[in-house]
Design a binder for this molecule. Structure first.
Ligand code: SF4
Length: 387
């Protein structure tokens, strides 16, 4: 297959930020702003040490044009190599051997059908509404195949936007906002330096919902640690009930050295909760949720990713997953916790898959030098590898 010319590869590249939500794995990534304008949350390491900067509309448009040139190149290659408009097949080849990261992103997006785009980094809403509207319109004009344009935003910023501005963004093509709620418990939000109150979460979230933009709120399981898990679960459910977002996504607290929370955990100011307690917290959260939302657990850090469904309809089924884990023997629980964090198990029934169970048992033995158990520190260390 013809390869791309070197000078083209050098010229055809665009800015890519460090993260996107798991659900945007196949989205075209366009970096609307650089880094995080707040950057003080204790549990977050993503942009620490990096300065925030707005980008000009022209700069962002240039990246969109470059993405278009790459997309056209891959399509041309498809025709040249005899695949015609079966561009997905050529895109798959480029994904496996991309000349640079920009090609990788565009190829992956084409491979998946070219239907969604995600505006990076942490809070695109901080842009002037008119400028963000211009960027979204340009993006949609450049790629008419786009059916969904999504982005991260902070609820504090959403709360400062007028409803009319959010409606303008929705009409321009912004289909979904991903907001880090993390918790609805004020003392915890304050301790974690989230820079937003529960009341601001509610104002910002409700305004997004009212504008017709689909809202996805992220909750961090375990954020209350051993001491504040109950308040965290109950107050978070209360805030979510007020907002009623289309999606509630949970992920589990993971701490590494680049987070300010690491020192707090080291000096004993923050005591981490272990898996069993976090599941009790999730049970309390679910029991207290009364809104109509899709509950999603698609983050690799979560012990039970199968706790998913539509609320309130599937609440009983989701709680039954927790019951099922809690009914396991201590050995089964230990095996599942480790197997999940080694990437061997994905769901509880995998415990009854003998080859998988044997691999986990062998690794347990090796990791713990003969003991048939793993301690929480080993689990925490393995989880660090996920972020
Ligand atoms: S606002 Fe989001 S990206 Fe910024 S520091 Fe907090 S969690 Fe991290």
């Amino acid at each position: 297959m013809t390869v791309f010319k070197e000078e083209q590869v050098m010229a055809y590249s665009f800015e890519l930020g460090p993260i996107r939500p798991p659900s945007e794995a196949y989205s075209l990534l366009i970096r609307a702003t650089i880094n995080c304008p707040w950057n003080r949350c204790k549990f977050c390491r993503t942009y620490k040490g990096s300065e925030f900067r707005l980008r000009s509309v022209e700069e962002i448009k240039q990246d969109i044009k470059t993405a278009k040139m790459i997309s056209d190149e891959i399509k041309k290659l498809s025709w040249k190599s005899g695949f015609g408009n079966r561009v997905e097949e050529v895109a798959a080849v480029v994904v496996n051997n991309p000349p640079n990261q920009a090609y990788h992103n565009v190829a992956l997006w084409l491979y998946a059908g070219g239907e969604s785009a995600f505006l990076q980094d942490a809070n695109s809403l901080i842009m002037r509404t008119g400028e963000l509207v211009e960027v979204i319109k340009f993006l949609k004009e450049t790629f008419p195949s786009l059916e969904r344009v999504t982005s991260y935003g902070r609820s504090k910023t959403a709360a400062k936007k007028k409803l009319a501005e959010l409606i303008e963004l929705r009409e321009a093509g912004l289909s979904r906002l991903h907001i880090g709620l993390e918790s609805g418990y004020d003392p915890l939000l304050q301790y974690m330096n989230k820079g937003v109150t529960a009341a601001e979460h509610i104002t910002g979230g409700r305004r997004v919902v009212e504008s017709g933009i689909s809202l996805c709120e992220y909750v961090i399981l375990g954020l209350g640690g051993k001491e504040r898990w109950r308040e965290h679960a109950i107050q978070t459910a209360g805030v979510l009930n007020e907002i009623a977002p289309a999606f509630i996504r949970v992920r589990t607290l993971t701490i590494n050295k680049r987070m300010p929370l690491y020192d707090e955990a080291e000096n004993g100011n923050f005591v981490r909760a272990a898996d069993e307690q976090i599941l009790e917290e999730e049970r309390l959260l679910l029991e207290n949720l009364g809104c109509h939302s899709n509950y999603v657990s698609d983050h690799i850090t979560n012990l039970l990713q199968e706790i998913e469904g539509e609320l309130p309809r599937d609440k009983g089924k989701m709680l039954a997953c927790i019951d099922k884990f809690q009914a396991l023997s201590p050995e089964e629980k230990a095996s599942f916790k480790l197997g999940r964090r080694l990437g061997i198990y994905t769901k509880l029934n995998d415990l009854y898959d003998s080859p998988k169970r044997q691999v986990v048992e062998q690794l347990t033995y090796r990791l713990n030098q003969g003991k048939n158990q793993v301690d929480d520190e080993t689990i925490y260390t393995l989880m660090e590898g996920f972020i």
